[in-house]
Design a protein around this ligand. Structure first.
Ligand code: FAQ
Length: 335
């Protein structure tokens, strides 16, 4: 094939990279990218994308991954004390699922050019956030039920729309995650049902757990829309499909009848059905608590990071062995 382009392959690659970078800064490119999003295109990892889109995805997906991994700790607290062997097996399987979710999510974020080592380093140094909910303690067995019911329930409400996120690797990871979270929600509700229909002491334990976890679970959806820094751009890019307040309302509307069925009381005196809106009205959320937890003031926040640091150190030999094995396989393949 005849060509007048006398550049070497390396020079062509460099020029392509420079073009890509220039176009990211270019208004016409941003418009063209937005047109792709508006047309419902799915963006893949190798597509050229605005730097802001890439950055916000790395931020959200890595925070999501960290939440799944740190989220194993409050439940890990009960593995050795689950009331029966059956409960222990189910709890262990659920916690392992959460580890899997963390791994799919780190992989999805890695496709955007940030290494898992760097993301984990950000978590351990306190630079990266993880969901506020996992800084709360789990002092009773009922919390294992309430976490499944409310925390996984809130996670599903937030994550089902993420299955239609504009970034392909994140959207595809969410499909499987949501199926598993759905099982988790049901197993949690089943634990709470057993307690709510058990002895008065068991029902009291379930109520007390609901009292503690209700408000923090509403904070999982993020700040109110007016204070949400990223929502409007993320919705324009179709990363988020609904606002924080809309998803919070959906969660409340779904969960209140579930509590009523169990004969448990949501700890909100202002909660009442609004006939006109066809939705529940609810009381004020203590946003100062959410911001304080985000800034590191959560009850178990320091303990959670200490536990992750210890696990990371203890896992050093596993990572080294896996890397050595991969290297051996690669050199065998090359030979
Ligand atoms: N905790 O402008 P927005 C699970 C931060 S997985 C901590 O509204 P955005 C599974 C936010 O990052 C649970 N930080 O931000 C499981 C931002 O900070 P930045 C995790 C929070 O991104 C179950 C700043 O505040 N799920 O539960 C929180 O548009 C059981 C301003 O906020 C996900 O991560 C918070 N609650 O909306 C595991 C889902 N809220 O980055 C084990 C994906 C806000 O500027 C057991 N993520 N912030 O420094 C999302 O949908 C979004 O990122 C939101 C926040 C909705 C969390």
């Amino acid at each position: 094939m005849y060509s007048t382009d006398l550049r070497t392959d390396a020079e062509k690659r460099r020029a392509q990279k420079a073009d890509a970078k220039r176009s990211v800064e270019d208004a016409a490119f941003l418009d063209a990218f937005q047109a792709r999003i508006d047309a419902g295109d799915i963006i893949e990892a190798k597509d050229i994308m605005p730097e802001g889109y890439r950055k916000t995805l790395v931020r959200q997906i890595s925070q999501h991954a960290h939440s799944e991994i740190v989220g194993m700790l409050p439940e890990g607290n009960w593995v050795t004390r689950a009331p029966t062997l059956r409960r222990k097996l189910i709890l262990l399987a659920k916690i392992q699922d959460e580890a899997g979710h963390g791994l799919y999510l780190y992989s999805a974020a890695e496709t955007l050019g940030r290494s898992r080592d760097d993301m984990v380093a950000d978590l351990l140094s306190g630079k990266a956030k993880y969901s506020t909910i996992f800084t709360y303690p789990t002092p009773t067995w009922a919390d294992m039920g309430t976490i499944g019911w409310l925390v996984d329930g809130a996670a599903i409400t937030n994550q089902i729309p993420l299955c239609r996120c504009s970034f392909g690797p994140y959207a595809r990871a969410m499909v499987r995650v949501c199926k598993e979270e759905s099982f988790h929600q049901r197993q949690g509700y089943e634990i709470v049902t057993t307690l709510a229909q058990g002895t008065p002491e068991q029902k009291q334990m379930a109520q007390e757990s609901l009292d503690r976890i209700w408000w923090p679970s509403l904070m999982m959806f993020g700040p109110p829309d007016g204070a949400s820094a990223h929502s409007s751009q993320n919705m324009k890019w179709k990363i988020k499909r609904h606002s924080n307040d809309e998803l919070r309302q959906r969660f409340i509307d779904t969960t209140v009848p579930q509590a009523e069925f169990l004969g448990l009381k949501i700890p909100d005196p202002d909660l009442k059905w609004n006939e006109e809106r066809g939705r529940y009205d609810f009381g004020d959320i203590d946003w100062s608590e959410m911001w304080a937890v985000i800034k590191g003031g959560g009850i178990c926040g320091k303990a959670r990071i200490r536990a992750r640091k210890a696990a990371h150190k203890e896992g050093e030999w596993v990572r080294a062995a896996a890397a050595a094995y991969a290297q051996k396989r690669n050199s065998e393949k090359a030979a």
